[in-house]
Design a protein around this ligand. Structure first.
Ligand code: PRP
Ligand code: ADE
Length: 172
């Protein structure tokens, strides 16, 4: 299936010069959505990845992380933007393609003996994924790898990540 044809390109969003890769049109397509989750699942199995938890980043990481967790019989842990999680958090600063922010995870969500897979819709500069990996490593759990639907190759985000499996489906 041509998944790229289901991604909508929006020029100059949210800032001039950024081409926004809009996954809402993929989510809106029943067969495309199913094919995306099935492909992600198959790639994780090909790598032999059996995480205890999928860690998904707000907000679009939630959309793909939860169905992947269901398929892999793992739990799901949200990593959220500041001030959203209600209980005690660990937090870390990170950079975006268009700005900067920080990320938080519940302190009691994961323990040091757990294996986790980091999932997001897209890797651009890699700042979000790197910050999430750093946060999880600080907690002491084992990061098995990363999975993204979309990779923006020219931004070189994967070079920031540790030497672990990086699953992607669509490249730009
Ligand atoms: C987008 C995207 C990734 C991140 C990738 O999220 O969903 O999380 O940026 O960029 P990076 O590789 O340069 O860090 P965004 O922060 O726009 O939040 P949203 O999902 O809530 O829209
Ligand atoms: N997140 C960071 N860069 C992005 C882009 N170009 N399109 C969609 N989401 C993004």
């Amino acid at each position: 299936m041509d998944l790229k044809s289901l991604i909508r390109d929006i020029p100059d969003f949210p800032k001039p010069g950024i081409v926004f890769r809009d996954i809402t049109t993929l989510l809106n397509h029943p067969q495309g959505l199913r094919y995306t989750i099935d492909t992600l699942t198959a790639k994780c199995r090909d790598y032999g990845l059996s995480p205890d938890y999928i860690v998904g980043m707000e907000s679009r990481g939630f959309l793909f992380g939860v169905p992947l967790a269901y398929q892999l019989e793992a739990g799901f842990i949200p990593v959220r933007k500041p001030g959203k999680l209600p209980a005690a958090v660990h937090s870390i600063e990170y950079d975006l393609e268009y700005g900067s922010d920080s990320l938080e995870i519940h302190q009691d969500a994961v323990a040091s003996h757990h294996k986790v897979l980091i999932v997001d819709d897209l890797i651009a500069t890699g700042g979000t994924a790197k910050a999430t990996a750093d946060l999880l490593e600080k907690i002491g759990c084992e990061v098995l790898g990363f999975a993204f639907i979309i990779e923006l190759i020219d931004l070189g985000g994967r070079e920031k990540l540790p030497d672990l499996p990086i699953i992607t489906i669509i490249d730009y």
